[in-house]
Design a protein around this ligand. Structure first.
Ligand SMILES: [Zn+2]
Length: 89
């Protein structure tokens, strides 16, 4: 199961590499910490060296997330960008 998910993700990355406009969330989203709402968040991931591109490429991404503001593990909320722009600053 994990192997299948990994393969699907690798296929998606290859498609993204060829055409970055596809597979993007539509509408665009923001990632927010579910605890404090900060956008200063990260996900655990592995990078693989791409010999053709001569740069590291995202290989696998894991569920674990970290918030720099909370300085702790968290979970992430996907928020539509449009809804953020409607909010007063
Ligand atoms: Zn947080």
């Amino acid at each position: 199961m994990f192997q299948l998910a990994r393969q699907l993700y690798a296929d998606t990355l290859r498609r993204l590499h060829r055409n970055p406009s596809i597979e993007r969330p539509n509408p665009s989203i923001a990632m927010r910490c579910r605890i404090c709402g900060s956008d200063d968040v990260m996900r655990d991931a592995w990078a693989q060296w791409d010999e053709n591109a001569q740069q590291w490429a995202l290989g696998s991404m894991f569920d674990a997330a970290f918030c720099n503001l909370c300085e702790a593990d968290t979970s992430l909320a996907e928020v539509p960008l449009a809804s953020l722009k409607e909010m007063p600053a």
